[in-house]
Design a protein around this ligand. Structure first.
Ligand SMILES: [Zn+2]
Length: 107
C-alpha cells in the first residue's frame, strides 16, 4: 500500500487549533493513522531532574510534538505550494503520488 503522506513531506493542518500551520512530517505512525509534524501541536511538559546513568537531566520545560490524525492534515504540493489531495498514477508498475491541483508528481 502506498501512503499518502511520508516522512519529510510538508503538510498543512486543515482543522483544529493548529489550523493553517505548516510543518515537516517528522514521523508517520501508520497503525494509529497519525503523523508527527514539526512545530505543530506542541505540548509543554515540566521536566524534573532525573538521574540517568552518567548525567543529570536539567529541570525545565520540555516541548514536544504530539501526533495528529492524518485526516487533519493535507499534503502541501512542492510544485504549486498549495495544500492538496493526493492522487496516484502508475508509471512502469510503480505508483507515484500526484498533486490533484496541478498534476505534478510528488515523489
Ligand atoms: Zn501541485
Amino acid at each position: 500500500m502506498v501512503r499518502r503522506i511520508k516522512q519529510g513531506d510538508t503538510v498543512e493542518v486543515v482543522t483544529g487549533d493548529s489550523k493553517g500551520m505548516r510543518g515537516e512530517v517528522m514521523r508517520v505512525l501508520p497503525k494509529q493513522n497519525r503523523v508527527v509534524v514539526s512545530r505543530v501541536n506542541i505540548v509543554k511538559k515540566h521536566q524534573r531532574p532525573i538521574r540517568a546513568g552518567r548525567g543529570e537531566v536539567q529541570p525545565g520545560i520540555i516541548e514536544f510534538e504530539m501526533p495528529i490524525h492524518i485526516s487533519n492534515v493535507m499534503l502541501v504540493c512542492s510544485a504549486c505550494g498549495k495544500p492538496t489531495r493526493v492522487g496516484f498514477s502508475e508509471e512502469s508498475g510503480t505508483k507515484v503520488r500526484v498533486c490533484k491541483k496541478c498534476g505534478k508528481e510528488l515523489d
